[in-house]
Design a protein around this ligand. Structure first.
Ligand code: RIB
Ligand code: CA
Length: 319
């Protein structure tokens, strides 16, 4: 089976961690690089967390580079209330066994694309600052990007404001650069990621897989389940699971048939008003503009869960 080369730009982050572990485990993905963004936590913490996850999976051969220290124009907003002081609270992770790369994200992405004989997919699971900087810095390499699959935004709703989702809210200007770039872009917003839920029994099943990676992920999910916001639809008799936002953007690259996506026109509100950071999705095509983004709305949840369990079982090879 041919493997799709993937660079993961992430802000680990509990759900980012699951996305990374799924990529490493997938038999049709070659995770050729990781870059880290400022988002869930400060840049030095998300960078450290990515390196610890690679130590946990014995994959420190994958290069990881720190990215921008803050959004393009705005002050950094972090989500310590959700991901904790470390950014990966709830589990003990091993320290890296190799020194950090001095390379910065923009250069690592450029080096990988320049040297690759085939196109590379960029999966972005945090604010899109690094992706925007790369697109502005290296227009000559844009054609080497197969697709950008990102977790962010929402056609309907928000989790930072009633209209804006965290990743886009943190850096709206970066998101606008990405959706206007002309690169093939797929969006996994709250419309689909709030449906990608794992429940207590799923977390227990992960824990019972019994390898060191599954144990860490189960503990991370237990913490994340306590801190993630439960949307208004959670009524007293409705059990809301833990939302696997970022894994949706990666699962799409592993198995796109798991999702229903619709090509739509997407723009970003880069103002500073009540809807700042919202993804303005032309759901009814009232503007008749270019369909610049494939927007995901539905997920085959049983198949998604199967992929999660298969990914965690992959790590049985680590004693
Ligand atoms: O709104 C969800 C997004 O914000 C996810 O990427 C999560 O990791 C946080 O960064
Ligand atoms: Ca994230």
């Amino acid at each position: 089976m041919s493997k799709q080369k993937v660079i993961l730009d992430c802000d680990p982050g509990h759900d980012d961690a699951m996305a990374m572990l799924m990529a490493i485990a997938a038999d049709n993905i070659d995770l050729v690089g990781i870059t880290t963004s400022a988002g869930n936590q400060k840049p030095e913490k998300t960078f450290a967390n990515a390196r610890k996850l690679l130590a946990l999976t014995h994959r420190e051969d994958i290069p990881v580079a720190m990215g921008a220290q803050k959004p393009l124009l705005r002050d950094l907003i972090i989500a310590e209330n959700v991901h904790g002081k470390t950014g990966l609270d709830g589990a003990d992770l091993p320290d890296p066994t190799i020194p950090p790369l001095p390379t910065r994200a923009n250069d690592l992405i450029a080096d990988i694309l320049r040297e690759s004989t085939e196109k590379v997919t960029l999966v972005v699971t945090g604010p899109m600052t690094n992706a925007a900087i790369f697109l502005l810095s290296h227009p000559e390499l844009k054609d080497k990007i197969a697709q950008i699959s990102y977790m962010g935004g929402a056609c309907f709703g928000g989790n930072m404001t009633p209209q804006a989702e965290f990743n886009i809210y943190v850096d709206p200007e970066a998101a606008k650069i990405v959706v206007d770039s002309g690169v093939s872009v797929a969006m996994f917003g709250l419309d689909v990621t709030l449906k990608a839920q794992l429940f207590d029994e799923d977390i227990q099943q992960i824990e019972e897989i019994g390898n060191p990676v599954a144990e860490v992920m189960a503990n991370l999910l237990k913490f994340f389940n306590l801190t993630t916001t439960k949307p208004f639809l959670a009524t007293p008799d409705h059990v809301e699971g833990v939302h696997m936002h970022d894994p949706c953007a990666m699962a799409y690259i592993i198995d796109p048939s798991m999702f229903r996506v619709v090509p739509l026109h997407v723009d970003i509100d880069t103002d500073h008003g009540i809807s700042a950071g919202s993804t303005v999705v032309d759901y009814d095509d009232v503007l008749g503009k270019d369909k610049n983004v494939d927007v995901a709305f539905e997920i085959d949840l049983p198949r998604f869960r199967d992929l999660v369990f298969k990914s965690m079982t992959y790590y049985n090879r680590i004693a």
